[in-house]
Design a protein around this ligand. Structure first.
Ligand code: UT7
Length: 321
């Protein structure tokens, strides 16, 4: 019997026009371009305009993915949005994007796993395609993290940016391509190390990002390596056997640390952290879109995606484009 596969039919990305460089940031907070580059590899980040919301970023990325697939919104059965910075507490950003895309059928919902959100959403979408009846699922990671940063806290505000990425998955019973394996994990014992100190139930405020950076760093390198090994082991390969590694773009030193541990070559690793900074759930699909559109990742290539974020949450997905 043929196996059902969730095949990547199209990818899209969107970054707001406004760029905030390290030099500009150093004029308003006690930091320097040199410190930010050395400790994180980040040179700049994009910041959404005042009248631009997470749903707008997600809609742009979704349209690009649908166009890349050569399909229309009529083909899409379901929208899953991974975000930590929804337009509103409710309705979901997914339903707002559904309306902005002019989609009056199907269903849409949000999921929340912070920076790992896109990997979680991919796993859910893959399972829903395999379970049926969905034929085309739009998976979006979209964030306006600039809205939940404390711009006086130099230990966090220099690290994040805004953006959105999307992937259109299609059901196939004949293809050798598509999602091959997924692995997700969380451990709530660490929820205080990376969190937002506000929310509708506890404080009735939006709150700001708080992070114990060096502890998050240590966990990220260890847990990402385990997730990638688990995902690769499901089909009997090693992480270094993949063509491309598309990591969560939090810190170049984390990317380098994981690559060293798993014996990945630097030219296997897609890095956009210098230009995009950490865009949370948008980071993996944005990096993926960048490398597909610039021709590095080609149809047929074996690609490992991974992410790590608040919760802690972490995970990986292995796919053939
Ligand atoms: O997406 C979710 C996952 N997030 C991450 O993976 C982020 C993980 N963490 C990191 O990327 C790194 O820990 C950071 C980039 C946040 C920090 O790098 P670090 O090498 O771990 O530095 P540190 O936190 O140990 O801080 C070193 C020093 C401190 O000063 P003292 O106490 O040694 O005098 C900080 O106060 O650097 C200081 N510092 C800064 N200095 C200039 C912290 N932030 C800044 C800053 N500019 N922006």
């Amino acid at each position: 019997m043929s196996e059902i596969r969730s095949v990547v039919l199209g990818v899209g990305g969107y970054l707001p026009d406004k760029i905030l460089t390290n030099h500009e940031l150093a004029k308003t907070v006690d930091t320097s371009d040199e410190w930010i580059r050395e400790r994180s590899g980040i040179c700049q980040r994009h910041i959404a305009a005042a009248d631009e919301f997470t749903s707008d970023l997600g809609t742009h990325a979704a349209k690009a993915a649908i166009e890349h697939a050569g399909l229309t919104i009529e083909n899409v059965d379901l929208i899953i949005v991974a975000t930590t910075t929804p337009d509103l507490t409710f309705p979901s950003t997914a339903t707002i994007i559904q309306e902005k895309l002019g989609m009056q059928h199907g269903a849409a919902f949000d999921i929340q796993a912070v920076c790992s959100g896109f990997i979680y959403a991919l796993h859910i979408a893959d399972a829903m395609i395999k379970a049926g009846p969905y034929k085309h699922i739009l998976v979006i990671g979209a964030e306006t993290f600039s809205r939940i940063l404390d711009w006086d806290d130099r230990s966090t505000c220099v690290l994040f940016g805004d953006g959105a990425g999307a992937m259109l998955l299609g059901r196939s019973e004949t293809s050798e391509r598509g999602i091959i394996s997924n692995f997700i994990r969380s451990d709530g014992r660490y929820c205080d190390l990376l969190m937002v100190d506000g929310g509708p139930s506890r404080t009735q405020t939006v709150g700001h990002v708080r992070m114990v950076g060096n502890q998050v760093f240590r966990h990220a390198v260890k847990d990402i390596a385990i997730a990638m090994k688990e995902c690769a082991a499901q089909i009997g390969i090693k992480p270094s056997d993949v063509d491309w590694f598309v990591p969560h773009q939090a810190n170049q030193r984390i990317l380098d640390g994981v690559a060293r541990q798993l014996k990945l070559r630097p030219d296997q690793v897609i890095s956009t952290v210098a230009q995009h900074a950490n865009t949370s759930a948008a980071s993996v699909p944005l990096a993926f879109d960048t490398a597909v559109k610039d021709g590095r990742i080609k149809p047929g290539d074996l690609v490992m995606l991974e992410a790590f974020g608040g919760g802690f949450t972490w995970g990986a997905s292995l796919l053939r484009l």
